[in-house]
Write a protein that binds this ligand. Structure first.
Ligand code: NDP
Ligand code: HSE
Length: 435
C-alpha cells in the first residue's frame, strides 16, 4: 500500500489530537483511502510531546527545514498565529507541499496571498478545521451547496464565547471563571482576547463569506464586537423577554452589498441556534435552491478539530494525482471568477434592536424616549420598565422593529443627551435570521 507522508507542525491541543486520530483510526482511514497516512516528521518546541505522540517520526527543530524535506508530502500547520506559521506555509507551498491548516487567523488575514501562491505551485490548501472545529461546514459550502446561490450565513462559531455565555446564563458563573475553564479545556486561543473580543469568530465568518459569495477574503471589512462588555443583566432581561444572547457571525448578500459582522445578538429562544450550548457550534446557511440548512457539532477541542484536519488529509490524498482543474477551488469559485464586492458599513445594515436605558424614574421620561426614537423613524415593538432602583432611577428595555442602524444610533445620541438619562445606552442587535 502506498504511503502518504505528513510533516506535522505543532503538537499542542489540535496536533496531539491529529496524532491520536491517525494512531487509533489509521487502519480504518487506510481502508477508506487505499493508502497509509503516516506522520514522518514533526516540529514542536517541546521534544517530550513528539516522543509521546509521534515516537516513529523524525523530530525536526527548524520548521523551515521540515517543510522542505523529501519525506514530507503534506504539511499540517498547527502552530497557530501569523508569524512563523505564515512563513512556513509560504515556504512549504514554494517547496511543492500540499497544506492542511486549522489556522483561521492566517487564512482570514493572508488567505489571498496563500491561495495565489498555491495556485502558482499547483498545490492544494485545505482548511476544514479553521471554521467551527469538527463540523464539516467548509465542505458543505465549497461542495455540498455548489448548486445554490448562497444568501446568508449566521453561526455560533466561537466555542469559548458560547461556553462562557452558556455557563453565565445557566449557572450564574462569572465571566472570569468560565474563561479560565475554557482555557483549561483547550478551547481558547493562545491569546483568549481573540475569542472574547470577536476576532476569532470574525476570522471564521470572513472565510465563510468568501466561500459563499466568491470574493477574496476581506477580514478588514468585518465588524467585530465580542462578549467582554456584555452585562449579566442583559442576559437575564433577554431571557425574560423570550430571547437568548449568542455571539453570532453573520454574512448576508443584500442589495447594498455584503454584510459581514460579529456581535452579541438576541435570537428568539425557540430557534435551534438559541439552543446551541457550551462549546458546541452551529452554522445556519440560507441558499436559494435548498432553503435553510443547519450544521451542528463541537466547535473546538482536540479530537473534534483533529477529525476535520484528518478529513482534509484524506481529501488531499484522494486528489493528489488529479489534474488541477479537477480539484476543488480554494475559495469554492474558480480563481479567475473570484470577484471583489462592496461591503456594507454598519451604519447601513438593517436590524432590530434591544436597547437598555437607565433614566430618572419620573413623569415624561418614557414619552421623551419614544419621541426621540420616533423622530429618527425607529418604531418600538415593546417597551418595558424592567427595574426601579433605589436611587429613583429605572431601567427601561426597548425592543425596536427593523430599522437602519444609523437611525438607531442618531436616536441614542439624542436620548443620551437628555439630563434624565444617567448612563450610556446599551445596544444589542436582534436577528430574525431570514435569508
Ligand atoms: P496550541 O498552542 O495548543 O499548540 C500549538 C503548538 O505548536 C504548541 O505545542 C506550541 O509550542 C507549538 N509551536 C508554536 N509555534 C512553534 C514554533 N515556531 N516552533 C515550535 N513549536 C511551535 O494550539 P492549538 O492546538 O489549540 O491550535 C493550533 C491551531 O489550530 C491554531 O491556529 C488554532 O487557532 C487552531 N484551532 C484550534 C482549535 C482548538 O480547539 N484548540 C480548534 C480549531 C482551530 P509552545 O506551546 O511551546 O508555544
Ligand atoms: N478558540 C476557538 C473557539 C477554537 O473557542 O472556538 C476553535 O476554533
Amino acid at each position: 500500500m502506498q504511503t502518504i507522508n505528513i510533516g506535522l507542525l505543532g503538537l499542542g491541543t489540535v496536533g496531539s489530537g491529529v496524532a491520536q486520530v491517525l494512531r487509533d483510526n489509521g487502519a480504518e482511514i487506510a481502508r477508506r483511502l487505499g493508502r497509509e497516512v503516516r506522520i514522518s516528521a514533526v516540529c514542536d518546541s517541546r521534544a517530550e510531546r513528539a516522543a509521546q505522540w509521534c515516537p516513529q517520526a523524525t523530530l525536526v527543530a527548524n520548521p523551515m527545514e521540515l517543510v522542505q524535506r523529501d519525506d514530507v508530502d503534506i504539511v499540517v500547520e498547527l502552530f497557530g498565529g501569523t508569524g512563523v506559521a505564515k512563513d512556513v506555509v509560504l515556504k512549504a507551498i514554494e517547496s511543492g507541499k500540499h497544506i492542511v491548516t486549522a489556522n483561521k487567523k492566517l487564512l482570514a488575514e493572508y488567505g489571498n496571498e496563500i491561495f495565489a501562491l498555491a495556485g502558482k505551485h499547483n498545490v492544494m490548501v485545505q482548511f476544514e478545521a479553521s471554521v467551527a472545529g469538527g463540523i464539516p461546514v467548509i465542505k458543505a459550502l465549497r461542495e455540498g451547496l455548489a448548486a445554490n446561490k448562497i444568501q446568508s450565513i449566521a453561526g455560533i462559531i466561537n466555542g469559548t464565547s458560547n461556553f462562557i455565555l452558556t455557563e453565565m446564563r445557566e449557572k450564574g458563573s462569572t465571566f472570569k471563571d468560565v474563561l479560565a475553564e475554557a482555557q483549561k479545556l483547550g478551547y481558547a486561543e493562545a491569546d483568549p482576547t481573540f475569542d472574547i473580543e470577536g476576532h476569532d469568530a470574525g476570522h471564521k465568518i470572513t472565510i465563510m463569506s468568501a466561500l459563499a459569495f466568491g470574493t477574496p477574503v476581506n477580514f478588514g471589512a468585518c465588524y467585530l464586537e465580542g462578549i467582554s462588555q456584555l452585562d449579566s443583566r442583559d442576559i437575564k432581561y433577554a431571557e425574560e423577554l423570550g430571547y437568548r444572547i449568542k455571539l453570532l457571525g453573520i454574512t448576508r448578500k443584500t442589495e447594498k452589498g455584503i454584510e459581514l459582522r460579529v456581535h452579541p445578538t438576541l435570537i428568539p429562544e425557540s430557534y435551534l441556534l438559541a439552543n446551541v450550548n457550551g462549546v458546541m457550534n452551529a452554522v445556519r446557511v440560507n441558499a436559494d435552491m435548498v432553503g435553510e440548512t443547519l450544521y451542528y457539532g463541537a466547535g473546538a477541542g482536540s479530537l473534534p478539530t483533529a477529525s476535520a484536519v484528518v478529513a482534509d488529509l484524506v481529501d488531499i490524498c484522494r486528489l493528489i494525482s488529479a489534474d488541477r482543474e479537477n480539484r476543488v477551488p480554494y475559495l469554492a469559485f474558480q480563481p479567475s471568477d473570484v470577484q471583489q464586492a462592496n461591503f456594507v458599513s454598519m451604519d447601513e445594515i438593517s436590524s432590530s434592536y434591544y436597547l437598555r436605558v437607565r433614566a430618572d424614574d419620573q413623569a415624561g421620561v418614557l414619552g421623551t424616549i419614544a419621541t426621540l426614537l420616533a423622530r429618527e423613524g425607529v418604531s418600538i415593538e415593546a417597551l418595558i420598565q424592567k427595574a426601579v432602583l433605589d436611587n429613583h432611577q429605572a431601567e427601561i428595555v426597548i425592543l425596536t422593529h427593523h430599522t437602519i442602524e444609523k437611525n438607531v444610533k442618531n436616536a441614542i445620541e439624542a436620548i443620551e443627551s437628555q439630563e434624565c438619562v444617567r448612563e450610556p445606552i446599551i445596544l444589542i442587535r436582534m436577528e430574525s435570521l431570514n435569508g
